[in-house]
Design a protein around this ligand. Structure first.
Ligand code: HPA
Ligand code: ZN
Length: 347
């Protein structure tokens, strides 16, 4: 089988231009993680819900995290301003405009319904607000976007089943399910039953694994949940057997380099394992996770990673192509976008 095309290295400035112009898929973004402090304050004022910060600037200053949990505490607290369908619409519409500026042609967007239903917001309010923004993005921005409903792994499987029951009448509103929140102490096996039901319903399955959790949690996501993609997965390199399996089965890893640095998975971006993932033949792509908190959307993640890790032009192309090919789009759609990507890289 022919490998991906190889390219002579472009100058750094030229490479940045190609990355920015390239069509790409955003496959790992949490919509609640796109809520910028300015919008959080505006929505909070409208709903008479105070944030525990003096100003958007003070809120941003609090974004110094020691690990995943220290981030999640702030992230769930900020989401408390979201109440009405309009709030969810505005948050998603603001994100999708940024995505278009980054030449995102496909966005498969996580949402955390349990964060909202626990506060008394109706499931319907969340999906209708988000859905309206996605529909407008398709019409006005030319972005194909879809939702992936995540279960919070710090909650019980029973609660995940209850959420799935609430979601079933809106089954057309999302294309798959995922698993997020604190990985430590919450292995994939805890959710075996509810993911089996999701698969029977014909939903795609993805799961966060191997971010803070060990390589065994990646195997759990594949075997206990039937995950088709692994979100993060960067700790796979600690177990060569896991790497071999991920390569053999061509399992995509949606890697979020700036998130990994902010949450201290790697001390510095220059230490990130992305080049080693690519060298091992893993199907990695680059995404933004919670861009309002981790100081950058997808293009920023790509450009900063290429610079700090001295990635080659071929590496950058591979990451972009993997993003498109790892999406749940129809093969003909993927082929159309890859052709455009090839045009940008001059193949
Ligand atoms: N990991 C787990 N859960 C999350 C994340 C993450 O990086 N971002 C938002 N929820
Ligand atoms: Zn994530």
């Amino acid at each position: 089988m022919a490998g991906p095309p190889r390219f002579p290295d472009l100058s750094p400035v030229e490479l940045v231009g190609r990355i920015e112009r390239a069509p790409k898929a955003e496959l790992h973004v949490h919509i609640e993680g796109t809520l910028e402090p300015e919008l959080a304050f505006a929505i909070g004022r409208r709903n008479d819900i105070a944030l525990p910060y003096e100003s958007p600037g003070a809120m941003r200053q609090a974004y110094a995290f020691s690990d995943l949990q220290s981030f999640l505490d702030i992230y769930y607290a900020a989401a408390a301003v979201l109440r009405t369908e309009e709030d969810f619409f505005e948050m998603a519409w603001a994100y999708l405009q940024k995505a278009q500026a980054d030449n995102v042609v496909r966005a498969e967007i996580f949402f955390d319904p349990q964060t909202h239903t626990a506060r008394g917001v109706a499931f319907e309010t969340v999906v209708q607000g988000l859905g309206r923004a996605l529909e407008r993005a398709r019409r006005e921005l030319g972005i194909s976007a879809a939702l992936i409903m995540c279960f919070l792994r710090h909650l019980s499987e029973r609660e995940a089943f209850e959420t799935l029951e609430q979601a079933e009448p809106f089954g057309d509103a999302f294309l798959g399910v995922g698993l997020d929140s604190g990985e430590r102490g919450n292995p994939p096996e805890k959710f075996r039953g509810v993911f089996a039901r999701c698969r029977r319903l014909g939903l795609h399955v993805v799961a966060h694994a191997g971010e803070e959790g060990p390589p065994a949690s990646i195997i759990g996501a594949l075997d206990a949940l039937g995950a088709e993609r692994i979100d993060h997965g960067v700790r796979c390199l600690e177990d060569p057997g896991v790497v071999t399996r991920l390569v053999r089965e061509r399992i995509p890893l949606t890697v979020c380099p700036l998130s990994n640095v902010k949450l201290r998975v790697f001390e510095r971006l220059a230490d990130h394992s992305l080049p080693r993932l690519l060298a091992a033949g893993l199907r990695a792509s680059v995404h933004s996770d919670d861009p309002a908190y981790f100081s950058g959307y997808v293009n920023h993640n790509l450009v900063e990673s290429c610079t700090a890790l001295r990635l080659t032009t071929s590496d950058a192309y591979t990451l972009l192509r993997n993003s498109l090919e790892s999406s749940f789009l129809e093969p003909s759609e993927i082929a159309r976008h890859v052709e455009r990507l090839n045009g940008v890289f001059g193949t």
